[in-house]
Design a binder for this molecule. Sequence first.
Ligand SMILES: Nc1ncnc2c1ncn2[C@@H]1O[C@H](COP(=O)(O)OP(=O)(O)OP(=O)(O)O)[C@@H](O)[C@H]1O
Ligand SMILES: [Mg+2]
Length: 498
Amino acid sequence: MNEQPLALRARGVRKSYGGVHALKGVDIEVRAGEVLCLAGANGSGKSTLIKIIAGVENTDDGEIEIGGEAVGRLSVSGAVDRGIQVIFQDMSLFPNLTVAENIAMSARIARGRRLVSERDARRVAQAVVDRLGLHLDLDAEVGDLPISDRQLVAICRALALDVKVLFMDEPTTALTWREVDTLFGVVEQLKAQGVAIVFVSHKTEEVFGISDRITVIRNGEVVADDVAAAFTHDSLVEALLGYAATEERVLSALPADPSPAMEVEELSSTDLFADVSFTIGKGEIVGLAGLLGSGRAEVAEAVFGKLPITGGTVRVDGRVVEIRGVEDALAAGIAYVPGDRLTQGVFLEQSIGTNLVAASLDGVTRTGGVLDGRRIDEQVTALIDDLSIKIGSAEDAVSTLSGGNQQRVVLGKWLATEPQVLILNGPTVGVDAGSKAAIMQILRRQAEAGMGVLLISDDVPELVSVCHRVLFIRRGRMDGEVAGDEVTVSSVRERLEK
Ligand SMILES: Nc1ncnc2c1ncn2[C@@H]1O[C@H](COP(=O)(O)OP(=O)(O)OP(=O)(O)O)[C@@H](O)[C@H]1O
Ligand SMILES: [Mg+2]
């Protein structure tokens, strides 16, 4: 039992957005030196609760105590002064500033001295980076860094101030295994220094790896709260969804006389991958597994016209297609759901409706180039319905949706192009177990309607649950495949790790 003092206690926190009751009286507490996992399905209210405690949003009702002291209405700087720091889902970094400037930013603002010298900024930043034993180029522009490094910059920024409670809202979604290890090392250090950590993740393996306690929210209410050891994977998933979700292997029916949807022959892209060949049949769901850096995403991006093809051919429905850019790929009937929805997938400040039709404007344009308002509405309504996107109104900005619902908008946007070949890269990153099963079901349905699907994923159970075949790629070259009954979690893992 952790006998440390309470770092934070919230009682009866309520919040509504229009008619949406995001929080219906939530209680949470976390002690110094404790890692609390805040678990819950997409849209259950986790980020909302964090924003309230950080002073970003106002509560409708409820009490918050920080370090044993009741605080009234919190402002952002009030929360920061009391040692609350948050790494938000979107990280909120400044891409055109350097690493050092980003890290020093909050420290400068808190001290009311925006115009601190470059040297001071560097000193503050260097101290934090050293404290965590990280290797970051302080002079690099954050916009040029890979997502994983940006994640570390966001953590450093939070630590540039005296932090007592650190919230991490899905900090690992864009990280590789090794980077997650580094992050967890940092978490252990902070814990030893008496920092309370509240951690949000949809990956149960991680949750069990790092948490001391788990608080589960469902539909804006706490439904379970116990030490982590009191939960199993299944009981946690059931607590947060309200029903049991399985990842059983269920294959969509293949057509009686299969013909190829896409044939890729000896495809190369200088320095990225070479001589990649594979076929996806109509109605077939094919997995593409490989470690990060194996070239798996690059193959998809080349086929979608985002990376140069320097050799080989791509056929769609038997016809060779010349792919020089995204336009060509779309025209040929190829759609691509990118891995990083925050930077590539959606226009966050645009409405849900606009995003859903953004890639398929041809289908909703009348002769003469005028957009057909009624067709747009019909299509948007159908997609929202089909994908069970949980929204207030289609007019709302995508940024008002929970992470998992944003992911469905990205998927819907590409499904609306009615592609012959749908390529997805990590489509369920940040998605809860229930929505994940729902997305897999959507893929099965699309396949049964004749689409060829290529699924790139790190999530082995997910690949096994839907794929007829799984292809492997290693160092930019194809490296065998498993099919039918050979597709099991252990066979795929074994081949990946060999
Ligand atoms: N600014 C807003 N305007 C309208 N509704 C909002 C806003 N922010 C959140 N909501 C709604 O409040 C509910 C809770 O959202 P929240 O972002 O807290 O979910 P979450 O638990 O963080 O989900 P996820 O795991 O998907 O990130 C959702 O129904 C969401 O659509
Ligand atoms: Mg969230």
